[in-house]
Design a protein around this ligand. Structure first.
Ligand code: HEM
Length: 591
C-alpha cells in the first residue's frame, strides 16, 4: 500500500482523535471532581496553643496564641476571636515574634464575660498555601451552642470559589509561561528551518506574554483574598497586599511579571533575540520560586528535577505550537520538502523533551509521593493520577507520529528530492497523480490535526498540574514524611482523632482526642489505655496509660514505636464500670 494512502491513515487519525477527546473529557471531569471535592489543604497544621477546642477556662485570658507545626505567616486579622453574639472580642493586629515563627498571637479585650467564644485562624504555610480553621472555648461556663456560633462566624467552604479561581489563574499562567518561553527557545533553536514569516508566532507569543503579566497581578490579588479571608474586601487590603507581595508567592509573581515585560520588549526587536529569550528564562525560573519546590526534600533532587521538568515542558508545548503554525503555513504554500525536513527536526526536539519531562516528572512524583499507599489515599495522589491519564494520550500520539506519520512524510520528501524540484515526481497517469495529491493532502491534514490535538492535551495536563500544586503533597498527607494524623469512627463513643509525631522509629508523641459524633471533645479524664503492637515482628502488646492533657485529650510520650513498619494502636476507653469501648488504628512508622 502507498505510504500516504489516505483512508487508513485518516480513519485511524479520526479514531485516535475521538479517543483523545474522550480521554480529555474524562480528565476534565476528574479535575472538576478534584477541585470541587478536595479542600485546598496545605502544610501548616495547628498543633496546640494557649486554648484548645472545647476548653473551659476559669479566668478570662488577656492574650491567646496558636502553635503550628512549622513557621507560618499570619495576616493582620489572621487570628480572630468572636463572642457568642458574633462580635469580635480581640484587639486586632495578630502578631508574631522572630524567635517563634510557628506561633501566632492576638491580644483580647480586658475582662471577657463568662460564655462561649469562637477562635478562627488563617495563616500561610511555608510553601505559600493558605490554611484556615476554627474552634470554640469558653470562660467560666459554656453559653449556647458552640457549633451554632462557629456556623455564624466561620464557613469552611467560603474560600472555595476563590480557590477555584486561583487554580484557573495558575492554569493560564502555566500555559502562558510554557508557550511563550518554549516558542521563543524553539524558534532560536530551529532558526534555519523556520526561515519564513515569523509574525504569526510573534503574535501568539506576545498574547501569551500579556496573559502571564495579567495573571501575575491576578494571582497576587487572589492569594491576598485566600490569606485575608474577607472576600472582595481582602482583594485590595493594603496591609495584606504588602505581606503577600513580600511572600514567596508575591516574589515569584514579581519575577514572572519582570520576565513577561522583558519578553514583550524583546519581541519588538526579534522573536528569538537574546532579550526575549532572557524573558522566557526569567518566567520559567519564577515557577520554581514558590510551591512544593521550597518545602520538599531532598532539595537538590527537587530543584534539579523541577528546573528540567519546566524547561523541557516549555520546549514541548512551545514547540508544538510553533510546529502547528509552521505546518499550516507550509501546507498553504504546498511545500512538502520543507515540511518533511521541519517535521524530522521537530521530532528530535520532541523526543528529547518527552524523555526529559517524564524522567524529571518521575523524580518529582517520587519526592512528593514516596509510597503507593500515598498515591491512592490522598487528593494529591488522585490529582497526579489524573495528570498521568492526561499524559498517556500525548505519549501515544507522539509515538504514533514518530513511527507512522514522520516516516511517511520524510519518505515523501526523499521521493520528491529525487525528483530534484522540490515537488513530487509525477510518473504515472492522471489517476495516480490524483491519488498522490489526495494522499499528500490527507497526510498534511492528519499531521496538522494530531499536532493541534497534542497541544490541546498539554493544556489539559496543565489543568491537572494547576490542581496538583495546590494540594498537600501525598507523602506528607499520608504521614510518610511528616506526622501521621487520622480521624476515625469510635464505636460506642463517637470519634477518635490520633496524631503520631514525628512518626519515625524512636521516641514519638502520640496524641489522642476523644470526640463526640459532631467532633466536640468528650468530657473523659480517666479510664483510657493504649495497647501498641507490631504483629509482623511479634512485638507487643505494650500496654500504656496516656496522660490527660486537656478535655478528652491524652498524650503518650515514649520510645514504644522504635521499630519501623506497620503498627496497631488499640485505644480503650472505660465507658462504665463494666463496659469498654475500643478501636484499632493502623499506622506505618517510618524508618
Ligand atoms: C509522566 C509525566 C509527568 C509526571 C509524572 C509529572 C509529574 C509532576 C509532578 C510530581 C510535579 C510537581 C507538582 C508539585 O509541585 O507538587 C509536576 C509539576 C509540573 N509539571 Fe509535570 N509531570 C509530567 C508531565 C508533564 C507535562 C507533559 C507537562 C507539560 C507539558 C508538565 C508540566 C508541569 C508543570 C508546569 C509543573 C509545575 C512546576 C512548578 O510550578 O514548579 N508535566 N509534574
Amino acid at each position: 500500500m502507498h505510504p500516504l494512502s489516505p483512508s487508513p491513515l485518516t480513519s485511524r487519525a479520526h479514531g485516535l482523535a475521538a479517543l483523545v477527546r474522550l480521554a480529555g473529557a474524562g480528565v476534565l471531569a476528574c479535575l472538576v471532581m478534584v477541585v470541587l471535592a478536595t479542600p485546598a489543604s496545605a502544610h501548616a497544621v495547628l498543633e496546640g496553643g494557649s486554648v484548645f477546642d472545647g476548653q473551659v477556662l476559669d479566668t478570662p485570658p488577656e492574650e491567646l496564641f496558636l502553635d503550628f507545626n512549622e513557621a507560618v505567616v499570619s495576616p493582620r486579622g489572621g487570628l480572630r476571636i468572636f463572642g457568642s453574639d458574633g462580635e469580635r472580642v480581640d484587639e486586632g493586629g495578630t502578631f508574631q515574634t522572630d524567635d517563634a515563627p510557628d506561633i501566632v498571637r492576638v491580644a483580647l479585650q480586658p475582662d471577657l464575660a463568662d460564655g462561649t467564644y469562637a477562635v478562627t485562624y488563617r495563616v500561610t504555610s511555608a510553601d505559600g498555601h493558605p490554611v484556615n480553621g476554627a474552634f470554640v472555648f469558653s470562660v467560666g461556663a459554656e453559653s449556647g451552642s458552640g457549633d451554632q456560633l462557629l456556623g455564624q462566624v466561620f464557613s469552611s467552604g467560603a474560600d472555595r470559589p476563590w480557590a477555584v479561581l486561583a487554580a484557573i489563574v495558575r492554569w493560564v499562567t502555566y500555559a502562558g509561561v510554557l508557550l511563550a518561553a518554549g516558542a521563543v527557545a524553539t524558534v532560536a533553536w530551529m532558526r534555519e528551518q523556520l526561515d519564513g514569516d515569523d509574525q504569526p508566532v510573534t503574535r501568539v507569543v506576545r498574547r501569551a506574554g500579556v496573559a502571564v503579566l495579567v495573571t501575575a497581578v491576578l494571582g497576587v490579588l487572589l492569594q491576598n483574598v485566600l490569606v485575608g479571608g474577607d472576600g472582595l474586601a481582602s482583594l485590595v487590603d493594603a496591609s495584606g497586599l504588602q505581606s503577600t507581595i513580600t511572600s514567596f508567592v508575591g516574589i515569584s509573581a514579581i519575577v514572572r511579571a519582570v520576565g513577561s515585560v522583558l519578553l514583550l520588549v524583546g519581541l519588538r526587536r526579534a522573536l528569538s533575540g537574546p532579550v526575549a529569550l532572557a524573558g522566557g528564562v526569567v518566567m520559567l525560573t519564577s515557577l520554581l520560586l514558590e510551591g512544593h519546590t521550597l518545602t520538599t526534600g531532598p532539595a537538590a533532587v527537587v530543584w534539579g528535577a523541577s528546573a528540567v521538568h519546566v524547561a523541557t515542558a516549555a520546549l514541548w508545548f512551545g514547540g508544538l505550537v510553533v510546529m502547528a503554525m509552521e505546518l499550516r503555513r507550509r501546507r498553504r504554500s504546498d511545500d512538502p520538502v520543507g515540511a518533511g525536513r521541519l517535521v524530522a527536526r521537530f521530532s528530535s526536539l520532541f523526543t528529547l523533551s518527552v524523555v526529559a519531562v517524564v524522567l524529571a516528572g518521575a523524580a518529582l512524583s517520587w519526592a512528593e509521593v514516596r509510597a503507593l499507599r500515598a498515591l491512592t489515599s490522598t487528593g494529591y495522589g488522585w490529582a497526579l493520577i489524573a495528570k498521568l491519564v492526561a499524559v498517556l494520550p500525548l505519549l501515544a500520539l507522539g509515538t504514533w507520529n514518530n513511527r507512522k506519520l514522520i516516516p511517511a512524510l520524510t519518505a515523501r520528501r526523499r521521493r520528491s528530492a529525487r525528483g530534484g524540484s522540490g515537488q513530487p515526481v509525477i510518473a504515472g497517469g492522471s489517476d495516480e497523480v490524483a491519488d498522490r495529491a489526495a494522499a499528500r493532502d490527507a497526510a498534511w491534514a492528519t499531521l496538522t490535526k494530531t499536532v493541534r490535538i497534542e497541544a490541546l492535551v498539554v493544556v489539559l495536563v496543565l489543568a491537572a498540574t494547576s490542581v496538583l500544586v495546590a494540594l498537600q503533597p501525598a507523602a506528607e498527607a499520608a504521614g510518610i514524611t511528616g506526622a501521621f494524623s487520622t480521624n476515625q469512627e469510635f464505636e460506642g463513643l463517637g470519634q477518635l482523632s490520633i496524631t503520631v509525631d514525628p512518626n519515625r522509629a524512636g521516641a514519638n508523641e502520640i496524641h489522642i482526642y476523644l470526640l463526640s459524633e459532631v467532633g466536640r471533645p468528650l468530657d473523659i479524664d480517666e479510664g483510657v489505655t493504649m495497647t501498641l503492637s507490631q504483629p509482623e515482628l511479634d512485638i507487643g502488646p505494650l500496654v500504656r496509660t496516656p496522660t490527660l492533657s486537656g478535655r478528652g485529650h491524652f498524650v503518650l510520650q515514649g520510645p514504644e514505636l522504635s521499630v519501623p513498619g506497620r503498627w496497631e494502636i488499640t485505644t480503650e476507653v472505660a465507658t462504665s464500670r463494666f463496659d469498654v469501648a475500643s478501636t484499632v488504628t493502623e499506622i506505618t512508622v517510618n524508618p
